[in-house]
Design a protein around this ligand. Structure first.
Ligand code: SF4
Ligand code: SF4
Length: 367
C-alpha cells in the first residue's frame, strides 16, 4: 500500500516550494546531479518530490527517500537560484518528516543511535580527551576537536594541539560530545539535537573558556550558525584558520604549488573564505593557485549531508571530480577532517598524485 506521510515540517517550506519556477539553473552546479544523472537528483526535482509529500500526491517510497538523501546539502543551488529558494531547508525538513514517519536509512539509524548512546557517530566508548591522550582543565581557549578528528583522523587534532602549544596558548581540550551536525543533516528531531547542544555548552562553561576553536568545519558551523538559534552560547567561537590568520606566524619555507578547497560548512554555510587563504599567504615559498571553482562557487567534496555514510559510491565519485580540479597543484589543502577523508578517497579512485591535507597539518611542521 502506498505510504502517504504527514509532512508537518515541510509546511514551513510551502511558500519556498511553490516559488520554484523549474528554471533548472540549479542543475548546472549540483554535485549529486552530476553523479545521479536524473532530475530527481537536483534541487528542482527534490522540491517537486517534497511538495508531493506535503500534498500527499507522492508516497514516501524508496526512490523518493533515496533522492532526498542523495543531496549533500552543499547549498550551491541556493547561490544559483534566481528565486532565492532555501533548498537545504526544504531537503532537511523533508528528511525530518521522513524520519518521523519511520523512513530513516539503515546506515543513518546506526549513526543516530551511536550519537544518542555514546555521544559520537562511530560507536566509540572513549571520551574525546581520552582518545587524544589529553586532560581537560580550565583555560582561556578550548579546542573542540570534533568526533571525526578525535576518532578517525587524529593527525588533524594532534596538529591543532601542537600548534596551540607552539604558539604558547593557554588551551585545553574540551569535555565535548557530538556537536549534533550529523543528526541535523539526516533528519533527527530537534529535541535530540538541542540536548547535544546544551550538553556541550554546559561542559564548556564548566571549563571556564572564553573562546572555543574548531578544526572541523561542520562543528564550527553548528556552533556559529545553529547553536544560537536554540541555546545561549556564552563564549566566542572561531575556526582555527581565523585564529591563525590573526597571528604573526614565523614559518619555514615551503616551495610547493598549493591550491585550496573550501568546505561547504565553512564557506557557503558560515561565510569564512579569506582566513584560510590568508594563512596560506603567510607561508614563505608557496605558489598559490585557486581551483577553477572556489570560494562561494566552490564544488562540494561529496561527503556531507549523510551522503558518505549512505551512498559511498556517489560520494567518492563527486570527490574524485573535485580532486581532478586541483590541476597541477602538488598539495590540495582544506579545512575540515571530513573533506580531507573524502577527497583522499576520491583522489585514490581517480589515481590522483596530489597530496591532500588539512591546513593545520600543513602549518604545524613549519612553525
Ligand atoms: S534554480 Fe531555483 S527556481 Fe530554478 S529550478 Fe532550481 S530551485 Fe527552482
Ligand atoms: S544542496 Fe547541493 S547537492 Fe543538494 S540539491 Fe543543492 S546543489 Fe544539489
Amino acid at each position: 500500500m502506498a505510504d502517504y506521510i504527514e509532512a508537518t515540517n515541510l509546511k514551513l517550506s510551502k511558500k519556498d516550494m511553490m516559488t520554484c519556477t523549474m528554471c533548472g539553473f540549479c542543475k548546472s552546479v549540483c554535485p549529486s546531479f552530476e553523479g545521479v544523472g536524473w532530475d530527481t537528483g537536483v534541487a528542482r526535482g527534490r522540491i517537486i518530490l517534497s511538495y508531493g509529500l506535503l500534498t500527499k500526491d507522492i508516497p514516501a517510497d524508496d526512490s523518493v527517500v533515496e533522492a532526498l538523501y542523495q543531496c549533500t546539502t552543499c547549498k550551491d543551488c541556493e547561490r544559483r537560484c534566481p528565486s532565492k529558494i532555501k533548498v537545504v531547508d526544504v531537503v532537511e525538513r523533508a528528511r525530518k518528516d521522513l524520519v518521523e514517519a519511520g523512513h530513516m536509512l539503515p546506515r543513518h539509524r546506526k549513526v543516530a543511535d551511536s550519537v544518542l548512546a555514546h555521544g559520537n557517530p562511530y560507536g566509540e566508548t572513549r571520551s574525546v580527551p581520552e582518545a587524544l591522550g589529553e586532560k581537560p582543565r580550565r583555560a582561556r581557549v578550548g579546542y573542540f576537536a570534533g568526533c571525526t578528528s578525535a576518532y578517525r583522523n587524529p593527525k588533524i587534532a594532534q596538529a591543532t594541539i601542537s600548534i596551540l602549544k607552539k604558539l604558547g596558548e593557554d588551551y585545553t581540550v574540551l569535555n565535548e560530545t557530538c556537536c549534533g551536525s550529523v543528526l541535523a543533516r539526516i533528519g533527527v528531531s530537534d529535541d535530540d539535537i538541542v540536548k547535544q547542544m546544551q550538553r556541550n555548552v554546559d561542559a564548556i562553561k564548566e571549563q571556564g573558556v572564553e573562546e572555543v576553536l574548531f578544526s572541523c568545519a561542520g562543528c564550527y558551523r553548528m556552533f556559529k550558525e545553529e547553536y544560537p538559534k536554540h541555546v545561549n552560547v556564552p563564549f566566542k567561537v572561531k575556526h582555527i584558520s581565523e585564529y591563525l590568520a590573526e597571528k604573526e606566524l614565523d614559518m619555514s619555507r615551503l616551495e610547493k604549488r598549493i591550491t585550496y578547497h573550501d568546505p561547504c560548512h565553512l564557506g557557503r554555510h558560515s561565510g569564512v573564505y579569506n582566513a584560510p587563504r590568508q594563512v596560506l599567504a603567510k607561508v614563505p615559498g608557496v605558489e598559490f593557485k585557486e581551483m577553477p571553482k572556489s570560494s562561494a562557487e566552490s564544488r562540494c567534496c561529496g561527503g556531507g549531508g549523510g551522503v558518505r555514510s549512505a551512498f559511498p559510491e556517489l560520494s567518492e565519485k563527486i570527490a574524485g571530480r573535485r580532486v581532478d580540479q586541483a590541476g597541477s597543484a602538488e598539495v590540495l589543502v582544506t579545512c575540515c577532517p571530513f573533506c580531507v577523508t573524502n577527497l583522499r578517497t576520491g583522489g585514490e579512485k581517480i589515481g590522483s598524485k596530489v597530496e591532500i591535507c588539512d591546513l593545520v597539518e600543513l602549518v604545524e611542521p613549519l612553525l
